[in-house]
Write a protein that binds this ligand. Sequence first.
Ligand code: PMP
Length: 356
Amino acid sequence: MTITPQPGIMEIELYQSGASKIEGVTEVVKLSSNENPHGPSKRALDAFRQASGELHLYPSTDHAELREAIGEVQGMDPARITCGVGSDEIISFLCYAFAGPGDEVLYTEHGFSMYRISALAAGATPVVAPETERRTDVDKLLAAVTEHTKLVFIANPNNPTGTMIDEAEVARLADGLPEGCLLVLDGAYAEFVDGFDAGKAVIDARDNVFMTRTFSKIYGLGGLRIGYGYGPQEIIDTLNRVRGPFNLSVPALKAAEMAMRDVGYTEWCRVENARMRDWMTAQLDAMGVAVDPSEANFVLARFEDQAKAESVDAHLKTKGLIVRLVAGYGLPSCLRITVGTEAACKRVVAAIKEVL
Ligand code: PMP
């Protein structure tokens, strides 16, 4: 008997996550997955610990308390929020709900790998539009739209480039899409941008734009897997049909609620990230390493070729520093370096200096 998977499934490349170990090295600093080096808010940790008394109970199915907290802090109507196991799960809900065989899912050249994985898993066809100088290009995206395009994903700021486009460009993209096509703004790194609404104003003025957000980055809860989506009521109502009823655990819900409410800590993380990111960018620049101005919690360092990027990566490993080779994103001569603590950033800069 042959058990045959659905078309598209075997085209999915297995996701390569950032390494967390180096053979023979005990003291490693992981700067390969854009995690918050300072961890989550203390209030979120306390809430997580308290939740251990409720582990025999099923979690809430509607995530009302978490949606209430997100709504208050982000100025969103809680009814127009849905929560998932990381924003990865929201991305896959979108593909399952809105794209199937014969439909196209469009994203940018160096776009996040889950767009392709989720499109293929849903039986849809992934389509890639070129960027310009590692930046989302609205004209090129619009030129790649066909009558089959159902979803368009852009991450703003983008991973792994760190670049972003402004609100007018996002609005132009939304307004250029045909009827029946949804624009998804992936705001995984939105909180790192000072005063940025992640596209909320664009969403609130339209019915064809949606956003995904995560607790894995600035909120420091990647290990708990929580994300959310915000957008038009009909889209939320549709996604809630695809969503498993108990998709988020009791500790995840409690910790995320407190992390969202601890706005002072989030702001501290934003300011500290910007300080070290801008310092690291200036240091790399002074060494002659090309870096695009990043708005996120990582920088993309560009070397002359793949061999150089690999040799810098190998040298960093000997120092216990794990960064990310992003050849899989079509950037073979680049290293993506997460902004770590001040000490970690100084170690990375010193180690790169040694090898150049
Ligand atoms: N979008 C982008 C652009 C990302 O970089 C990531 C994480 N690497 C995600 C979404 C997914 O994050 P999570 O599932 O942890 O929310």
